[in-house]
Design a protein around this ligand. Sequence first.
Ligand SMILES: [Ca+2]
Length: 469
Amino acid sequence: MNRRSFLKSAALGVADLVLPGCIGTMVKSWGGRPDVLFIAIDDMNDWTTLFNPKNPIKTPNLLRLAKRGMFFSKAYCAAPACTPSRTAILTGYRPTTSGSYKNDDFLRDVAPDAVTLPDYFRKSGYSAKGAGKIFTHFNGAMGGDPAGKSFDDFQPMQQTRGPRKNYNGYTEKEAPLNETCFDWGQHIQKMIDIDMVEYIEKVMEQKRDKPMFLAAGIFKPHLPFYAPPETFQKYTFDETIFPKIKKNDLDDVPEIGKEMAHTEHFIYSNTTAKPDNDPGSLKKMIQCYQASADFADQMVGRLIDKLDETGRADNTIIVLWADHGYHLGDKESCVKFTLWEKANHVPFIIVAPKVTKPGSRCDRPVSLLDIYPTLVELAGLPQKQDLDGKSLVPLLRNPTQKWHPALMTWGKGNHAVRSDRWRYIRYSDGSQELYDHSRDPWEWTNLATVPEYAQVMKEHEKWLPANEK
Ligand SMILES: [Ca+2]
């Protein structure tokens, strides 16, 4: 023990001295406050075995985590892009409240004084640390909170290492490696998510005198779709499965919807134009996305293993989410940036010891906006009054109880409402879409112009925001 930590422990009193693994002492000294392990995944859609054992992307570690708590089978982001989705989760404000609608609407530009989720925990006596991608890529140190208000310590996301030339042969739209890189393939250099995990492991091993809010931001499967060669052994090229793609799927979609689908359209048009065996083809892209998502799952496994090793799992709330989904050629789209199911439906798991029943499942539509008030309630912190979301604790206790639909926003004036059965979309020009998920999981048939569904649309319209910043 160094002098500083000795003085600190002396000031706290011997009974408060915390040693790793001493749960009883921890609970006593921390007033019963649990730790929080906050795991973010980037761009992981619902095509995983967490949702259906027949899906191609194998996520045994997400399944392992779900077995400890509650899996939300219909969880949706607040916005289908990194910055606005994460801003909503971390401030507790919808895009229409904060004004963070698109990727360059950064946290401190739109909400300079917002008390972020980790900061709220800090103000309530927690230590908040983290690493990797939490708020956004590289927007300042401290996890993308340039104001430095969110964490006591943070290891920023590293730059992707190499290669000098893209694996997939793309030269157009090639971005510097510290930005999004439109590349995919087998990666032989150290993946940057390993750096993040190593930091989190180190923090988990440290002695401390406070409860901990620990944020682990996994960057995969975000572009570039990289994974180590050994991961690719599970995803052979010949066995790559395509999503269900309907020809002329967008014929019944309003213009704004088509524009959204065709963001970064060069990826879709180039990948589909290339023969399957080309390293830049759609088939290759899908294979690499799958391997990259598998790699993200492996990182989750390492985090859980380490937590178990510390002996603190019984006193740790774990929340795992992905910031939004991804289209892989379905709906003529190879991006997130749409208001459809595939771009907004995400993995979401909450493990709250003594609250969630192990292996339970909630099929109600919920929003990631609800994470902030949920964690505040689970940790027993004072309620924060101005949040837009609603605590999910009632669903954690009773997953079948009545709940309201989830709202998604992509750009000012464009919203989707997802209820148990329907997805209703309204764009800024008043054009609409309606999909019946009981019959149409890939959203092929827009029912908005069918008169008999007018009432269904009216019921969903009620949930659109009344005001927009
Ligand atoms: Ca993202």
